[in-house]
Design a protein. Sequence first.
Length: 201
Amino acid sequence: MSKFITFEGIDGAGKSTHIAFVSDYIQQRGIELVSSREPGGTPLGEKLREIVLHEKMHLETEALLVFASRREHIAQVIEPALARGAWVISDRFTDSSFAYQGGGRGMSLAKLEMLEQWVHPALQPDLTFLFDVPLEVARARLDATRALDKFEQEKADFFAATRGEYLRRAAQFPQRFHVIDSTQSIAEIQLQLAAILDAFF
Ligand SMILES: Nc1ncnc2c1ncn2[C@@H]1O[C@H](COP(=O)(O)OP(=O)(O)OP(=O)(O)O)[C@@H](O)[C@H]1O
Ligand SMILES: Cc1cn([C@H]2C[C@H](O)[C@@H](COP(=O)(O)O)O2)c(=O)[nH]c1=O
């Protein structure tokens, strides 16, 4: 049966690193897997991603653009894959909008809930991995790897609020969230992910 798995966390928490491991782990079982990301995942979504990650804009414009990208992603990628029985992994989904636009930027959570209800009233991830890490650790990892985009250049209080909203949502939806302590080594985290997935297959 199809499954929808999302990966969340502040920038530099380790999502991309662990998506590669989880993708291999799932595919080794002969399961068809579609791996995608937000904002993005479709040609239109990738154009919106460029704008969202690099242009300054009103916080509600930002929220509308990430949900526009998501609407296209759901229609073109997520729903067709789930309908044919494939598993879908998405590097970020609506929890990111609550964390970044809601927590980080301070947008009304009630408005975000309205957008969520509009764009995907019946779709929620089956499993969400939240890679939780203090900002200093995430920032040190990012600084070592690449030039920073608009979000990655935000200050400590933005990421404290983003992380706080992620943890609030994990407490609100404990049935789908697994909070992973991302200060552990990659090998330790992989053991934890494998155990969670083994129980999920
Ligand atoms: N548990 C870990 N211990 C040490 N280094 C790690 C760990 N997890 C990830 N890293 C390293 O941190 C850097 C950032 O990791 P990664 O790109 O996976 O983060 P990310 O959450 O996908 O970031 P972003 O959301 O900004 O793309 C990489 O160089 C990666 O090798
Ligand atoms: C889906 C989504 C994403 N964002 C932000 C969070 C990140 O800073 C970037 C995406 O970059 P990544 O390297 O792929 O993690 O976009 C957001 O603010 N709101 C969202 O809904």
